[in-house]
Design a binder for this molecule. Structure first.
Ligand SMILES: [Zn+2]
Length: 688
């Protein structure tokens, strides 16, 4: 990642580097993974096989291939080569897979370490070969190494760009930069290999066949761990946080904290940086694998020299060994589990999403295992597989240390059979509700007589104050001001803040329609009005065009959303009026009221309910209850049904007798009064 560095970057990072406190010792592990044992080899300069040490210089590509073959031959149950295809000049792009029972798919997170997609950035080749040797040599004797090999499905590719490595240059045989060649949502959004370099296509195809939870790719020319995003819609070099920013900072520091030159970097605080904050790139492998495949992937620059003297490799290995081990272990946190089909028990290809984090994890369909890496906290998680019920675990609590387990057996979707719309039923009469669904779980049944009711709230801030429904945050509160407004006399305006500060206001809303008008006047591409729904950014606006813009979105019912408006400034400079405004907020909320939940016994497919209030447009809805706070998707009656005002008489003997007499009398009267039908008359010889 060493290309032209804009002047702006030099200024920004001269400022940023002043935050760094050199020689600070790394803190203890913040989320409480087991304390790292100091390997007995820690004080030995380097642990290499005779083959590796004998080189005395960077290995040739055939020597790399021989090393991988030897590793496989010496450790057949732990190591297996995988041919990911050939380069343009027909060199094999080898991975070495390392795991216990390496030939068997197991419930383990898959981790990918890939080096030297830039052919002249070579330190990572030696680090990967050393790691392979270290893991295989110490398996069974070093408990930490044994745990990694037993717990993780590790894929190591020492050299992704063999032709560039042999040619001693950045690009491949076409001199194309492979780290600008991957799909990119803003410039090359098709997730296909068409039109891409052969090496890029090979890696994409390999990735599609795997379920990589955690990845790193190694470079040289700088000393920093670089985490997503590398790019943003405007391609500007500004901090571009992903929804998993907290995890990326933590996992990047898991690497940097064990590498003192990196941790004490004079250029990057704790030796890490957001990719786009450093400089934006388009078509990088890191963002591609995270955005399209949910892999938490960082780019690691191992040193400021792309090809340092080979004699420095023992020092590099000493600096990076603990980092590599700790980074691999970061794949063991968060939430893990196996997703199966409730009927057959077979593993499912499923999507596992965390609410507020746009990029889901995917199960490995061979075993059904998923590994969603998150820090300690409480998360809403969503499980989806084609043809199956969509299940939400409303509150999954992740503690420090090893991942918590959440297995799920998904059944068929719940479907309301009766009443499904168009029926007329009597008030006071017992109604049978029928459905189909997962036969192994209980169901929750509700009804409503206010289907589709809405309530509209508009707020132009015309009272001259921001109402109590808004919560203020950041360094200064928003206020209602005159002078710049969309309509009326007032608009909400961000508080006055300085560099690296923010001013925010937050309110909640039920599902429905959300709209508002906004305007910003700021330093373009650096100071932003941001608007978030449940932590996911919906608007990012900057600059001095001064126009009012409307935002509008429909939010699904059944959930309370958090809306947050924020004006946030970067580390330096101002532009325009240096603020943002919001006006004419309109919230059309769905206020359909569903009755309290009736929960059935497991396996039920019917329930009874006696409507009491006639009129209105009724619906019932039903969902599967997989466990406390784990539910399938609601299914509603397709249409509404009507409850008629039919009084049911008190049943008594006299009542029954009276009813019988009345019916008999009515029958006699009707029989006498009914004319024969035309066809009857004709058959009897009459002409009509
Ligand atoms: Zn590079």
């Amino acid at each position: 990642m060493s290309v032209l560095v804009p002047l702006r970057w030099v200024v920004r990072h001269a400022l940023a580097s002043s935050r760094c406190r050199p020689c600070l010792p790394p803190p203890s592990n913040p989320i409480g993974l087991p304390k790292h044992r100091v390997s007995p080899f820690f004080h030995v300069a380097v642990v290499l096989t005779a083959t590796v040490t004998a080189w005395g210089q960077y290995p040739t590509y055939p020597q790399i291939e021989t090393t991988l073959l030897t590793a496989e031959q010496n450790h057949p149950s732990l190591a297996k080569r995988y041919n990911a295809g050939t380069s343009i000049q027909n060199r094999t792009m080898w991975f070495l897979r390392i795991s216990d029972n390496v030939l068997v798919e197991e419930d383990e997170p898959e981790v990918a370490l890939i080096s030297t997609m830039h052919g002249d950035e070579v330190t990572g080749v030696v680090m990967c070969l050393n790691l392979i040797d270290y893991l295989l040599s110490n398996y069974g004797s070093d408990p930490r190494v044994t745990n990694i090999v037993d717990s993780v499905d590790l894929w190591v590719q020492p050299c992704m760009n063999p032709d560039g490595y042999v040619l001693q240059r950045r690009g491949n045989a076409n001199n194309a930069d492979l780290n600008r060649d991957f799909p990119d949502p803003f410039n090359s959004p098709n997730n296909t290999t068409a039109g891409r370099q052969r090496e890029t296509g090979n890696i994409m195809t390999w990735w599609w066949g795997r379920s990589i939870a955690l990845a790193a790719n190694f470079h040289g020319g700088a000393l920093v761990v670089n985490y997503p995003f590398d790019n943003n819609p405007s391609g500007s070099s500004v901090y571009t946080a992903s929804p998993d920013d907290d995890f990326f900072i933590w996992s990047s520091e898991e690497y940097s904290r064990h590498n003192l030159p990196l941790w004490n970097s004079g250029s990057f605080f704790h030796g890490i940086t957001n990719g786009a904050d450093w400089y934006a790139i388009s078509g990088g492998m890191q963002d591609w694998s995270y955005r399209w495949h949910g892999a938490d992937h960082v780019t690691i620059e191992l040193g400021t020299t792309k090809t340092p003297p080979y004699s420095q490799m023992p020092t590099f290995w000493n600096d990076n060994r603990e980092s590599m081990l700790a980074y691999i272990e970061a794949s063991l946190v968060g939430v893990r589990g196996i997703v199966t089909d409730a009927g057959s028990g077979q593993p499912l290809a499923a999507t596992v999403a965390v609410a507020g984090r746009s990029y889901p994890a995917y199960t490995d369909s061979d075993v059904g295992d998923y590994h969603r890496l998150v820090l300690p906290g409480s998360y809403e998680m969503n499980f989806q597989a084609p043809g199956h019920d969509t299940v939400t675990a409303e509150s999954v609590t992740v503690a420090a240390g090893s991942a918590m387990r959440q297995d799920l057996a998904l059944g068929e979707p719940t479907m309301v059979v009766l009443p499904n719309g168009g029926e007329s039923v009597g008030a006071g009469a017992s109604l049978t509700i029928e459905w189909t669904g997962n036969p192994n779980v209980a169901f929750q049944v509700q009804y409503t007589s206010s289907y589709g009711a809405t309530s509209t709230t508009t707020d132009g801030f015309e009272s001259g104050v921001i109402g109590p429904e808004y919560t203020m945050g950041g360094n200064a509160p928003w206020g209602a001001t005159t002078g710049a407004m969309h309509t009326g006399s007032y608009a909400a305006k961000a508080g006055s803040i300085g560099n690296s500060q923010s001013s925010s206001m937050t309110r909640t809303v039920e599902g429905g329609q959300v709209s508002f008008w906004y305007r910003v006047s700021s330093e373009a591409n650096y100071d932003f009005l941001n608007f978030y729904i449940d932590g996911v950014r919906e608007v990012q606006a900057s600059g001095t065009s001064g126009t009012w813009t409307q935002y509008s979105k429909t939010l699904p019912s059944g959930h309370t959303y958090s809306l947050k408006w924020e004006y946030a400034k970067d580390t330096s400079l101002t532009g325009g009026s240096d603020t943002a405004w919001v006006d004419d907020v309109e919230l059309i909320s769905d206020i359909t009221t569903w009755t309290a939940v009736t929960q059935t016994a497991p396996g039920a497919s019917t329930a009874w309910w006696t409507p009491t209030t006639p009129g209105g447009q009724y619906k019932v809805r039903i969902r599967a209850a997989y466990g406390p706070s784990i539910f399938g998707a609601w299914d509603e009656s397709d249409g509404t049904f009507i409850v008629l005002n039919v009084p049911v008489p008190a049943v008594s003997t006299w009542g029954v007798i009276l009813l019988a007499i009345l019916l008999l009398a009515a029958g006699i009267i009707l029989q006498r009064r009914v004319r024969p039908s035309a066809s009857t008359l004709e058959s009897e010889g009459y002409h009509v």
